[in-house]
Design a protein around this ligand. Structure first.
Ligand SMILES: Cc1ncc(COP(=O)(O)O)c(C=O)c1O
Length: 396
């Protein structure tokens, strides 16, 4: 019998990937499914970025690049961080990766030792706990309160810290709750981390999709905090480049060198062609992506209004393209005489009977919730809401 290692057996598969694939399989079998699960812009990658990739192929930029990425993209990242985030890095502090996901996984493996603890504010992005477990670390879940905007307070952080704590994962703007930390909130979190020598992994992948407030990088708050922080970002969400797989990390040169050492044995560099495209993306005019953000804002308003009218209570998220809704009022009710027992159950029946894919809150450590993506065409959102409303209308 095939033996799968303990390391892999003890982690869960990504629920967001699973539900996306399930919906796709249903579509391939001819079912009409409305996809509101996947966290992926429905826009095409802007032409200026696509053309940079075509140009890279034509001029033969098709070979291995340095593990940390080409000098051109590293320079583009330094310019971007300085311009947008007031983070001033040298070249040796930058590394390009195959998506932000790889940057996060490498950083966790480099920073976390066996049985060391990583503080994971909850609800969290699906992969954080499993990445920590793969590194033999222990995720410590710190619940975030809806009435406090799903933000970590310095007191909650202090309570979560133990002698084994090593890293805090901070995600702003946050998936799934769409929360954005203010500079003052980040400063107070950083202050606790500094006092306890906790490193910060700051995942800022949704930085460009903010509707209310402003994004701040915690590493830019002060020099001593920059030293404690690895900042993670990427092109997937901001530039509609999910398939190109380009992310990056910025941090202390010794941490970045260790991450590159690991990648050098695992994957070498990300695609040379994607790196050329991403360099163009990072230097493109702000107007190239602002139209997408404006469209997300209109879709957010449409979805919030529609869901509230349908009986799913939700507030407007300040950022990201996700709506995170509490469905406690629907659990315990019956669909075709069978009780809806959990958000996982709700989600599966919604997919099966109404043909709408959303993600169950269990994926984010938040049972009783669902996450819907409004990175979908207006018409798709309207049809999705209609079907959800009809499904809820049939509950007894
Ligand atoms: C919070 C968060 N971080 C990281 C990622 C991974 O991004 P990438 O597609 O660049 O690997 C995602 C993707 O959904 C995300 O939501």
């Amino acid at each position: 019998m095939l033996q799968i290692s303990d390391r892999v057996s003890r982690i869960a598969a990504s629920k967001t990937v699973q539900i996306g694939e399930l919906a796709l399989a249903m579509q391939l079998r001819g079912r009409d499914v409305i996809q509101l699960a996947t966290g992926e812009p429905d826009f095409d990658t802007p032409a200026v970025i696509r053309n940079a990739a075509i140009d890279a192929i034509s001029r033969g930029a098709t070979r291995y690049t340095p593990v940390r990425g080409t000098p051109e993209i590293r320079a583009a990242i330094c310019r971007k961080l300085s311009r947008d985030n007031q983070l001033h890095c040298t070249d040796d502090q930058i590394m390009v990766t195959a998506g932000a996901k790889q940057a996060l996984a490498l950083a966790i493996e480099v920073l976390v030792g066996a049985r060391q603890e990583v503080i994971v504010p909850t609800p969290y992005w699906v992969s954080y706990p499993e990445m920590v477990k793969l590194a033999d670390g222990i995720p410590v879940f710190t619940p975030l309160r809806a009435d406090l905007g799903y933000k970590l307070s310095p007191d909650d952080l202090s309570r979560a810290i133990s002698a084994r704590s090593r890293v805090l994962i901070l995600n702003t703007p946050g998936n799934p709750a769409g929360n954005v930390y203010t500079r003052e909130e980040l400063l107070s979190i950083a202050d606790v981390c500094r006092r306890h020598g906790i490193r910060i992994l700051s995942d800022e992948i949704y930085e460009k999709i903010v509707f209310n407030g402003r994004h701040h990088s915690i590493a830019a708050c002060d020099r001593r905090i920059a030293d404690l922080t690895v900042t993670i970002n990427g092109c997937s969400k901001a530039f509609a480049m999910t398939g190109w797989r380009i992310g990056y990390a910025a941090g202390r040169a010794d941490i970045i060198a260790a991450m590159a050492k690991l990648a050098g044995q695992r994957t070498t560099c990300p695609s040379s062609i994607s790196q050329a495209a991403a360099s163009a993306a990072l230097d493109c005019r702000p107007g190239t992506i602002s139209d997408m953000t404006d469209a997300y804002r209109r879709r957010r308003d449409l979805m919030v209004a529609g869901l509230n009218a349908a009986g799913i209570r939700c507030r407007k998220p300040a950022a990201t393209f996700y709506l995170f809704a509490d469905i406690r009022n629907l659990l315990g009710r019956k669909y075709r005489k069978q009780e809806l027992t959990s958000s996982q159950d709700f989600t599966m029946r919604l997919l099966e009977h109404a043909g709408v894919a959303v993600v169950p809150g269990e994926a984010f450590g938040a049972p009783h919730h669902i996450r819907l993506s409004f990175a979908a065409a207006r018409k798709t959102i309207e049809q999705g809401i209609e079907r959800i409303a009809a499904f809820i209308g049939q509950l007894s």
